[in-house]
Design a protein around this ligand. Sequence first.
Ligand code: IYR
Length: 259
Amino acid sequence: MVKTVRTVIATHETEGFRKVTSATTIGIMTAAHWTPTYGDPFEPVPYRPARMPAEESLATAADLRRRMDARRTVRMFSTDPVPEQVLVDAIAVAATAPSGAHQQPWTFVLIEDQETKQRIREAAEEEERISYEGRLGDEWLSALRPLGTDAVKTHLTDAPYLIVVFQQRYFLDEDGTKHKHYYVDESVGIAVGMLITALHLSGLAALTHTPSPMRFLGELLERPQNEKAFAVIPVGYPADDCVVPNLVRKSLDQVLIRR
Ligand code: IYR
């Protein structure tokens, strides 16, 4: 097993208010690394991962393709507990996502408390009722019909965990000065993709749920004003009687074009 130990060894408070220099030990590799702040110089460090033999790449890719094709978005969860560390590890995987200017503009709120889940469900259902009763409009409602969704969101209280993903639209420094974050939607979207991949490959089911509007999440979870809710991800095992819509993915020739 690969063990990751992260030790904060220095915090620079002069020019870099959020600069943290840390030592990370991954197996036998130790590397000092840091989070750049505005205007830091380019400091290249060698990156020489061992090259994977082609045979192994091919076998790994084919296996991942088969395993990921078996993923289904689940809306019917068992209330059975799941090992929390799997979610913590999956969030750590998501947090390795590439991001605009390496600003890592995401926050993951992990919720197990039943009362909090209940409050989220009530607020989400209130919004969803308005949406399904007309706010979405006929075209959108028709697009959703094959998915069988409605305003009742049992997954929000049945799933043993919810992960609420927030995007940090900008960064506020200690003086309250706003700093821009770049490509926030893209960065957080990639991180969520990595999160649901990690959860699936670790044996858990998830739903990428976007109750709309999501403003209530920031208020309920007391997030700062620079954070905007991006998705609510219930995580658990599928219910014993779980069903999913009979959907088929596009074929590879429909999505892959060679030139
Ligand atoms: N947010 C609503 C509606 C909804 C919208 C899309 I686009 C979906 O792919 C699924 C649902 C809901 O969660 O029911």
